[in-house]
Write a protein that binds this ligand. Structure first.
Ligand code: G3H
Ligand code: 13P
Ligand code: ZN
Ligand code: NA
Length: 283
């Protein structure tokens, strides 16, 4: 059967763990992530982001996730990450995604609400839950001055308003995390997170999961984070594995060992994250 994100995230909220949303860029990465979920008895979200769409094609990855997902009994959700438009969200729903993010955080509040509401309407008509984003989650290259914080971080009262206006199923927030690996240690704003979670009472999503210290991850989960996105650490481990394989059997031209070794290294990270997030053993 098909699993939808809302069901997984509601259980995560209730039992105080977070579901990992792992970015897949190739079919071998999909295979490795699903093997990790199967071995750890963990629910899992596999997400397809804009970079992966450009490089590998959206449909190719969706179908790969659905095919590998049909060979395990743990819940596997196919998610569009950082959906860039209403049209792309529709494409995702039609292609078989069982979760969609619409990222309108680059718009002003009214425009973000307007488009997100439309995506939610279309998603819910098809039974597909929708993640919205409020506040700006930076890349590590955009170093935020402390004074900018209030301008970029998610405002709790505004989060409640956003939820009331859009009926999103989950909300990505800006609380101090960033995409990519951090130059200096991040400090997540736990008080802000607590307020957002208490006011909205929906699963809160932490983006930029790579590079956040374990103790802050545990605290964030205790304070309402139910989904954690991880991309960069997986790409880094995968690439390291490919490098090792090239050194070991670079003379051969059986292509499979290269990608497979990459997927094996990546899989170790996925297993670690599932244990850290508390999703291992929950399926
Ligand atoms: O959140 C998105 C990924 O971590 C980075 O993907 O390079 O396509 O922005 P991108
Ligand atoms: P990282 O690349 O920092 O893990 O962020 C992933 C992410 O938020 C994808 O949406
Ligand atoms: Zn993200
Ligand atoms: Na990060």
């Amino acid at each position: 059967r098909r699993f939808f994100a809302r069901e997984l995230l509601d259980d995560a909220m209730k039992r105080k763990y977070a579901v990992g949303a792992f970015s897949a860029h190739t079919a071998e990465m999909v295979q490795g992530i699903i093997e990790a979920a199967d071995e750890q008895r963990s629910p899992v979200i596999i997400q397809i982001g804009q970079r992966a769409i450009r490089n590998s094609g959206f449909g190719a990855l969706v179908n790969s996730i659905r095919w590998h997902g049909s060979h395990t009994d743990v819940p596997v959700v196919v998610h569009l990450d950082h959906g860039k438009s209403y049209e792309q969200a529709i494409e995702a729903i039609q292609a078989g995604c069982t979760s969609v993010m619409y990222d309108g955080s680059h718009h002003d509040l009214d425009e973000n609400i307007t488009v997100t509401r439309e995506v939610v309407r279309a998603g819910h008509a098809a039974g597909v839950p929708v993640e919205g984003e409020l506040g700006k989650i930076p890349g590590v290259e955009d170093d935020l001055a402390v004074d900018d914080r209030d301008a970029f971080y998610t405002n709790p009262e505004q989060a409640l308003h956003f939820w009331q206006e859009t009926q999103v199923d989950s909300l990505a927030v800006a609380i101090g995390s960033a995409h990519g690996l951090y130059k200096s240690k991040p400090e997540l704003d736990m008080e802000r997170l607590k307020k957002i979670s208490a006011l909205t009472n929906i699963p809160i999503v932490l983006h930029g999961g790579s590079g956040i210290p374990d103790d802050q991850i545990r605290q964030a989960v205790a304070n309402g984070i139910a989904k954690i996105n991880v991309d960069t650490e997986l790409r880094s481990a995968y690439t390291q594995g490919v490098r090792e394989a090239l050194e070991q059997f670079g003379d051969a031209y059986d292509v499979f060992p290269f990608a497979r070794t990459g997927a094996e290294r990546m899989k170790r990270i996925v297993v670690d994250k599932m244990r850290l997030f508390g999703s291992a053993g929950k399926a």
